[in-house]
Design a protein around this ligand. Structure first.
Ligand SMILES: Nc1ncnc2c1ncn2[C@@H]1O[C@H](COP(=O)(O)OP(=O)(O)O)[C@@H](O)[C@H]1O
Ligand SMILES: [Mg+2]
Length: 299
């Protein structure tokens, strides 16, 4: 049956449906296989491809470059982050991972970059951090949050999308903290690092972000809390959150589906997590990376 697409909106809807379903049909829309789709719908393939790309990618990093204090920290980074998937950005210490996270979040001092960061099809150039948060981007810092004096209940409620008590309790349950014990506690140094991290993760669950960036989520916490975070990642994925794990740890890397390996501010390799984990383990873990390997080596 031939059907004419009446408007870009219809095209976008169809592309979004294919992308959301994760079925092989989505590949019908890829550049070199657009013809069958074109035949079937008698539409404009170029338009479909553009919309499909938007439907697939929640975030695109385009040729990102950043110089801080005359040091080149990020250099020509490009990457596509797929909606609803768990990605990792892996690389040795000093590779530029946190800097990339701050640039995506739009922190002051990290916005004056080259290239572009595109979220939901729109450039984030000039968009301040609070607006990025409103659009659904959340960054969990390497250091677990500490807001002295605020109760756990108020801390989670502050960012929660729907501030009802049930949501807050459910979020605490999910991170393995007994709500009746923890809700009235103050977020302060009487909590362990692991507890603070769990509370921060609970607040993120209640926030229902569209894109969650976790910077070194294993830092300063025990194995049990880390396992708990990994479980939460799976729940968030089921709920449609896209996750970007930033890590130099193979254990954390293994939680992702796709990975980008960065070294010295540049993209060295990307692909399914098995491929990248193998490469990272064999080559990067033991390397002090005094020199950036050639692009050929990264293949
Ligand atoms: N404001 C800055 N000025 C100069 N150099 C910086 C600045 N911020 C970070 N760097 C340097 O950039 C490199 C990357 O830092 P970072 O993004 O924190 O790496 P990672 O998170 O991968 O360990 C490091 O060598 C760091 O010392
Ligand atoms: Mg870092």
């Amino acid at each position: 049956m031939r059907r004419r697409l009446s408007s870009p909106r219809v095209a976008q809807k169809i592309a979004a449906r294919f992308a959301a379903s994760h079925t092989p049909e989505v590949f019908l829309l890829d550049t070199d296989r657009a013809i069958p789709y074109h035949d079937a719908f008698d539409s404009r393939p170029a338009l479909i491809q553009i919309k499909k790309q938007e439907a697939m990618d929640i975030l695109r990093i385009e040729n990102l470059g950043l110089t801080l204090n005359e040091r080149r920290i990020l250099d020509g980074l490009s990457m596509d982050i797929w909606r609803g998937h768990i990605h990792a950005i892996v690389g040795p210490n000093g590779a530029g991972k946190s800097t990339l996270a701050y640039a995506i979040m739009g922190l002051a001092g990290y916005r004056d970059h080259e290239g572009d960061i595109v979220f939901e099809g729109e450039s984030l150039r000039g968009v301040p951090v609070d607006e990025r948060a409103r659009r659904g981007i959340t960054l969990a810092w390497q250091e677990p949050a500490r807001f002295e004096g605020l109760s756990v209940r108020d801390f989670i409620a502050a960012g929660a999308k729907a501030g009802n008590g049930k949501r807050i309790q459910e979020a605490l349950d999910l991170v393995g903290l007994e709500p009746s014990r923890f809700l009235p506690r103050a977020v302060d140094k009487t909590l362990s690092g692991g507890e603070r991290k769990r509370i921060e993760i609970a607040s993120i669950v209640a926030m229902e972000p569209r894109l969650l960036i976790l910077d070194e989520p294993d830092s300063g916490i025990d194995v049990e809390a880390l396992e708990c975070i990994f479980n939460v990642l799976r729940v968030l994925k089921e709920r449609g959150t896209t996750v970007l794990l930033i890590t130099h740890s193979l254990v954390v890397l293994r939680q992702a589906e796709h990975a980008f390996l960065i070294c010295d501010g540049r993209l060295l390799n990307k692909g399914p997590v098995d491929k990248i984990a193998g490469f990272y383990e064999a080559r990067c873990a033991a390397c002090a990376h005094p020199n950036l390997p050639s692009a050929e080596e990264g293949k």
